[in-house]
Design a protein around this ligand. Structure first.
Ligand code: PLP
Length: 383
């Protein structure tokens, strides 16, 4: 057994990154300013996005979108229940109604067919999730959104560097990325709102900073009136230059990070072959490039004779950390009590919600670490 604990995830911060943050701290300008501007431009270059705005989180980006689209009572938003709780919380907080689309059982991607079944005359927005670092099937999803006059916003929290067919995620439509420390690149906390819609980006820029047309840095550098005008009530979701300095350093390394993740994931696949209680995810059938945000397995609970939670606990006793992405949102206490979704409505979501487990995967992990995880899994399962 390992004698030190292997966490499920760990950010990789370089000395250069630390130095860049320190320089920003010493520069006299630490909130939204030149570093944030540079980070936004480099992010557009990397993803191919037409416009981007750096924010305090991905959740902030989704909140701003809801405001820009005026989502409220009477509106329905379609998203999978197999997602992080943030989107669904925002739908409910806006007074709108979440409608959950089921996922593919083996890729965890929300399917175009499942989304289509959820569409009503009240549907306003669809939020597909690119799960674990592979892309959702965007072409049919886009066609359906156009046909039904719906707005589409891609949750790309797992998809930094993901390619769908020949397009990089972020290069088309409206996409929101997260830089929380467990994601493929981090700014401590942060997010990026990307879109090819010029009117939308102007609105997001305004809404992210009190509804003023300009931020403090614009006023300082462009000699604008120090007392800017509120054009509409807005929020306070701007990214700091301290965070952007780290983001710039991480962005330079994202391809190397993802390549290392891919190598480790391939080793997991090899070593887990033949462990019958462990069911890996399948790759989508369309052409794509994986960002390997997560390495997810499903436990065959009948064969293993234990629950997924027991399995995770046993791994922890063997010094292996794991993650859970995700417990279905509709099975969380509040949503169980308020929505009461019947058992046969989201079969693939529920099947996976009881069985999924994310194994440790981060760029500074070694092949030895991967072997330790697989040895511990075999030990737990008495193989
Ligand atoms: C992390 C995550 C988010 C939220 O990102 P924040 O930056 O923490 O707000 C949203 N959706 C998914 C699928 C995520 O994994």
């Amino acid at each position: 057994m390992r004698n030190s604990f292997l966490p499920f995830s760990k950010p990789v911060i370089s000395e250069d990154g630390i130095q860049s943050v320190v320089e920003t701290l010493r520069s006299g300008w630490i909130t939204t300013g030149p570093k944030t501007g540079a980070f936004e431009s480099k992010f557009c270059e990397y993803t191919g996005a037409a416009h981007s705005v750096a924010l305090s989180s991905a959740t902030a980006g989704m909140h701003l979108l809801f405001k820009a689209l005026d989502i409220g009572p009477g509106d329905e938003v379609v998203t999978p229940s197999m997602t992080w709780v943030s989107t669904v919380n925002l739908i409910v907080l806006a007074g709108a109604t979440p409608v959950f689309a089921d996922i593919d059982k083996d890729t965890l991607m929300v399917t175009p067919e499942a989304i289509e079944r959820c569409i009503t005359t009240k549907t306003k927005l669809v939020v597909p999730v690119h799960f674990a670092g592979a892309p959702a099937d965007m072409q049919p999803i886009r066609q359906m959104a156009v046909k039904n006059g719906l707005f589409l916003a891609e949750d790309a929290a797992h998809a930094m560097g993901t390619v769908y067919k020949s397009e990089k995620i972020g290069s088309k439509g409206t996409t929101i990325f997260s830089f929380h420390p467990i994601k493929n690149m981090t700014t401590g906390e942060g997010g990026m709102f990307c879109t090819d819609d010029l009117d939308l980006i102007e609105r997001i820029k305004r809404l992210k900073f009190h509804g003023l047309g300009v931020d403090a840095y614009d006023r300082d550098t462009q000699g604008r009136s120090p007392q800017a005008e509120v054009l509409e009530p807005g929020y306070k979701y701007n990214m700091t230059d301290i965070a952007a300095a780290l983001g710039l350093s991480q962005l330079e390394r994202i391809d190397a990070f993802n390549e290392k993740r891919r190598k480790l994931a391939m080793l997991y696949r090899d070593l887990l072959e033949g462990v019958d209680e462990v069911i890996p995810l399948s790759d989508p059938v369309y052409n794509f490039k994986h960002a390997w945000h997560l390495f997810i397995i499903r436990l065959d609970i009948d064969r293993a004779g234990m629950t997924r939670d027991e399995f995770m606990h046993e791994l922890k006793l063997r010094n292996i950390g794991t993650g859970l992405h995700f417990r279905a949102v509709h099975q969380q206490k509040y949503y169980q009590e308020t929505m009461n979704i019947k058992p046969d409505v989201l079969p693939n979501t529920e099947w996976n919600s009881d069985r999924i487990c994310s194994l440790p995967l981060f760029p500074s992990m070694t092949e030895e670490d991967v072997r330790d995880v697989v040895d511990a899994i075999k030990d737990v399962l008495n193989e």
